[in-house]
Each structure stands twice: as structure tokens, then as C-alpha cells.
Design a protein around this ligand. Structure first.
Ligand SMILES: C[S@@+](CC[C@H](N)C(=O)[O-])C[C@H]1O[C@@H](n2cnc3c(N)ncnc32)[C@H](O)[C@@H]1O
Length: 238
């Protein structure tokens, strides 16, 4: 079986996991209005998550999770080797869900951090509904800050675009990155991370791809295909 077949298989199966959580993802009037507003502006958006957490999740949660899954397929067989994982700006758990699904690892210890209590409560609800193996915690933190023991892998989707100071400042970047870092974000942000990489870090891989939205999810995602930009960073001393 070729890589594309494996990716398609993962996407179809992952769609079933997402559909187990459909009560969190079902479009609402607010989420449709939010998506239309964002699409008409075509710029990097910073949302007010205390007001829009629910609408954001319904508008973009599934799409973001599919993008993260697509980025994670590039880790291939090594995804099982990461035991401690930290999801920066986890929001309602898009990246955490994709990671836990693909890792399928009962030893996984995943901690999601976010400043919004509302987003964190959605993430807890999502992971409970998904019933994936591993231990999951979702904690309130204003980032960037010290995050405890360095995780094997830091994952982050659409958090750096709202916190570009963590790209520009090497001390803050160092604080946020585990032994490795995998970021999914806008192309411009991935470019910025690649060109601002401080001493002590190196690019392990970088990808620009597309994800085909499984037909079972088109009512939720409202597009057939989405672009995915990702970068995988390692430490030179690791
Ligand atoms: C665009 S959302 C992305 C959420 C999720 N990762 C996804 O891909 O759907 C950005 C998230 O980062 C959180 N966030 C933004 N700035 C933050 C900060 N300085 N500290 C902690 N969380 C932050 C927001 O509350 C929000 O949940």
C-alpha cells in the first residue's frame, strides 16, 4: 500500500472519530456567520475566545484537526515514540485529537495548554467523546511561560500566528519548544519560524500539502480540500 493510500485510510477512519464528537462540531448560525466573516476578510484573525469558543470550534475545529492529522502523517512510524506531548494553544483540542488518534498509544501523556477556560472545557469534552488511548490533561496557562518538564514533542496549531513574539524572541521560543516541535499554521507563519530559527534548533522537515476532506464531513467542513503548512523542528543538542 502506498503512502497516499495509507493517508486516505487514516482520513476515512479519523472521520469516524470526528463524527463521534459531532455534537461539538455541528454548524450553528453563529459558526456559519463566523466562517463567512473570516472568509470574506481573508486575513490572519485573532478571535475573542471567551465569546467565540463554541462558534470557532463548530466553524474550524474539524478542518483544523484534519490539517493536523495530515501534518502528523509525515512523522510516519515515529509518532509512537513520543510519550510526553504538549499542545500549545490547544483550543478545543484539534491537534490533541489528531495526535492521540494517530499515536494510538496507551502510554501517551498529553497536556493541552490554553488561556481560555471555555476552549479547555470543549477540549475535555472532545477527548472524552473520542475515547482514544492515553492520558489527557487540559490546563489554563497564559503563554509563553515555563511549562514544566521538557516534553518529547510540542505540537501547536494556529497559536504562533497569535503569538508572533514567541517566534521573534529566542528565549521565549526556547521556553515553548520540547525536544521537538511540530507546528501547523499559516504559510507566512511557517516561513517566519523557518527564517527566524534561533541557534540550537534545526529544521527536521517542512511540508506544504493539501488535505482532501472526507465526503462524510463535508456538511461540517464546508470545503472539499484545504492547504496544510507545517514545520518540524529539532534541537541540535538532542
Ligand atoms: C486559533 S486558536 C487554535 C486552537 C487549536 N489549536 C486549533 O487548531 O483549532 C488559538 C488558541 O490559542 C489560545 N491562545 C492564544 N494566545 C494565547 C496565549 N498567549 N496563551 C495561551 N493560549 C493562547 C486561544 O485561546 C485559542 O484557543
Amino acid at each position: 500500500m502506498g503512502l497516499t493510500d495509507i493517508e486516505t485510510l487514516h482520513l476515512e477512519e479519523f472521520a469516524e472519530t470526528l463524527l463521534r464528537c459531532n455534537h461539538l462540531y455541528h454548524p450553528s448560525d453563529d459558526s456559519i456567520a463566523l466562517r463567512n466573516a473570516v472568509e470574506s476578510r481573508r486575513q490572519i484573525e485573532i478571535f475573542d475566545y471567551s465569546r467565540f469558543a463554541d462558534a470557532f470550534t463548530r466553524a474550524f475545529g474539524m478542518r483544523n484537526s484534519l490539517k493536523c492529522l495530515q501534518a502528523l502523517t509525515h512523522l510516519r512510524g515515529t509518532i509512537h515514540t513520543y510519550r510526553s506531548v504538549c499542545d500549545l494553544g490547544c483550543g478545543s483540542g484539534a491537534f490533541s485529537l489528531a495526535f492521540a488518534y494517530l499515536a494510538d498509544n496507551p502510554e501517551l501523556d498529553l497536556c493541552g495548554l490554553d488561556t481560555s477556560e471555555h476552549q479547555l472545557s470543549l477540549a475535555r469534552e472532545l477527548m472524552a467523546a473520542a475515547r482514544l488511548p492515553g492520558r489527557f490533561r487540559f490546563e489554563r496557562k497564559d503563554l509563553p511561560t515555563q511549562i514544566g518538564d521538557r516534553p518529547d514533542l510540542t505540537i501547536s496549531s494556529f497559536w504562533f500566528c497569535e503569538n508572533e513574539q514567541a517566534i521573534a524572541n529566542p528565549a521565549l521560543f526556547d521556553l515553548m519548544v520540547g525536544r521537538e516541535l511540530l507546528v501547523v499554521d499559516y504559510e507566512k507563519i511557517i516561513d517566519r519560524i523557518a527564517t527566524s530559527l534561533p541557534k540550537g534548533f534545526r529544521i527536521l522537515a517542512r511540508h506544504s500539502t493539501q488535505v482532501d476532506v472526507p465526503t462524510t464531513l463535508t456538511d461540517f467542513v464546508a470545503q472539499e480540500r484545504a492547504s496544510v503548512y507545517s514545520i518540524h523542528i529539532g534541537r541540535t543538542d538532542a
